[in-house]
Design a protein around this ligand. Sequence first.
Ligand code: CMP
Length: 139
Amino acid sequence: MAGNRTFTMIKPDAVKAGHIGAILAKINEAGFRIVAMKLTKLSEEKAGAFYDVHRERPFFGELVEFMSSGPIVAAILEKDNAVEDFRTLIGATNPADAAEGTIRALYAKSVGENAVHGSDSDENAMIESNFHFSEVERF
Ligand code: CMP
């Protein structure tokens, strides 16, 4: 059975461009409930640990540099079928391939600076949520 929570980050490009409010509005309109949320900044070490699965990829250094370049919004979101429905809402990783009206089509600049992160499985949603939030920060 599909889980009902996913994890997201509004990335430094979208925060810098002033899109936090617009992106949160899309998230609310799509029926997600915010379980936990914080404005924070990742160190290079924390960004590297979060994206550890990509450590051997050629873009890893660029990804860590970008994700630690400015503040992000981290959040846990709740809805039936959360992981899949949120990935539909944000669109393809590369904004050039993202469907019209999706968050990445509207706000992402490139495959590297792509406005938002969304967990790709229920298991990763739990791991990523635990990375950023303790139990008492969830409501
Ligand atoms: P995200 O969904 O946060 O998960 C991994 C991230 O790696 C992805 O979004 C992109 O921002 C980034 N990424 C994936 N492919 C590339 C690429 N070819 N070049 C730069 N960054 C990439």
